[in-house]
Structure formats: structure tokens, C-alpha cells
Design a protein. Sequence first.
Length: 270
Amino acid sequence: MGNPLDQVASWPATAAAGVASAGGVLETVGPAGQPFKWASVTKLLTALAALDGVQRGLLDLDEPAGPPGSTIRHLLAHASGLAFDSDAVLARPGTRRIYSNRGIEIAAEILAARSGQPFGRLLADEICLPLGMAATRLDGSPAWGAVGPLSDLMNLAVELASPSLIDEDLLAQATRTAFGGLSGVLPGFGRQENCDWGLGFEIRDHKAPHWTGSKNSPRTFGHFGRSGSFLWVDPDAGMACVSLADRDFDDWARRAWPKLSDDLLAAHAA
């Protein structure tokens, strides 16, 4: 059936994509060194920084943070009840999955204050530089502001497939569903009765429709961004896939991304 990555060239965008395993990068297509906006894929970097902060004793996942009754864990899992982009409280913590940039920002602000340095500097020193992601920078919010090339995003995918900075058990906890059974809206794909999320990582589970493929296992985790970016890791397949583009997420991505994912998984299993 040919190389599934070849289809990226036919997308209505300038795009770069790649496939990796726990052992490293397998293959990429497109301009691997061109910087793109990551949008909400930034949350994966911020989640790693938070987990690193937990390891270093700067954060406790169950310490109070955000609205009354909420914790760092609630903030990272979009279960704090905070609104999308403000401090308005829309629900009691742990009762609804309300996707919240503000919750991620509050967690990052607490970590930055404890470390004594701006979050962008912390992200560079503790996450990006150790992972060989020197071309990636934070240009805006910890929830959506990363800008960097495919080569750096591939390094992040390899780290998430086989962690070196973060304890394996801690990453496993972060990539399992937190506060299970919560309903919510998956941005771009509508309401989901079980809108599962880990600690900064979206969990595929049985969501439908979804931006990954029908062949992705329920344990698949990752994130996509409105800038036309995505990263997923499928632990059952032993595979990760990432993409960046210069065209915002829309119907083109709803069609193209699941097909690419399914074709890559089929080729990988063959």
C-alpha cells in the first residue's frame, strides 16, 4: 500500500510528520527543521514539567490549587471546574470534564513560583534542553504557546514512549484516566459521555469521533492543537506519531489525521 507518510504531501497545508518508537525516530516527511506553532500540544510539555516538579518536590499532585476543593491533579486533568480561559468556576471539582487553558496556566504559575524562575526558562532548562529540543521556545501561554520544529516534537514523542527524564511509574499514572466517568466536550469533536483525560494527556479510550484512528488502542494518549498539530503515543502498538502544519485544524484534519493514523498502524503491524 506504499508508505502511509506519503499522503502528508497531499494535505492542503505545508506539513511535516513523523513516526517513532520507544527506540527512537523511525521516519519523517516534510520540513523537519521548520518552526510551527504547537498550540495545545504545548500542554504535553507543561505536563512533563509539572511531573518533573513533582519528582523534585516542588509540587504535590494532591495539594490544593485553583478553585476551592481543587488540586494540581484536578487542574492538569481538566477536572477543576474552571472555565476555558478565565477564573470563572463552572462546576464543582471532579464532577465535569471542562477543558481549561486557565487550569493548566495556574499549575504552571505555581511551579514557576516555587522554582524561582519564569516558566519559559524552567521549561527550557528542565525539559527542552535535556531532550535535545533546543529549537523549541515558549511564546505565550503554557497552555498553547510553544513554537518549534518537527525534529523537536519527535524527540518529545520518543521521551513519552520511553521516558528518561520522568520516572516510568509517574508517567504511567499521568497517562491513565484521572477522575474517570466524567462527561465533557472534546474540542473540535463534540460532547463525549466519557471524556477521559490523564494529567495533561488526553486518553483516547473509546471516544468517537476522535482525531486518532479507529485502529489506535484505547490506551493511546497525546494531544492535538488548533494550529494543525498533534502527537499521539500508542503503548499497545509501541508506536508514536506526530504532525505539524501551517493550517489551522478544521475538516481537513478531521479527515486526514485518522486515516494517516490507521494506515501507519496497519503498516506497522504488517
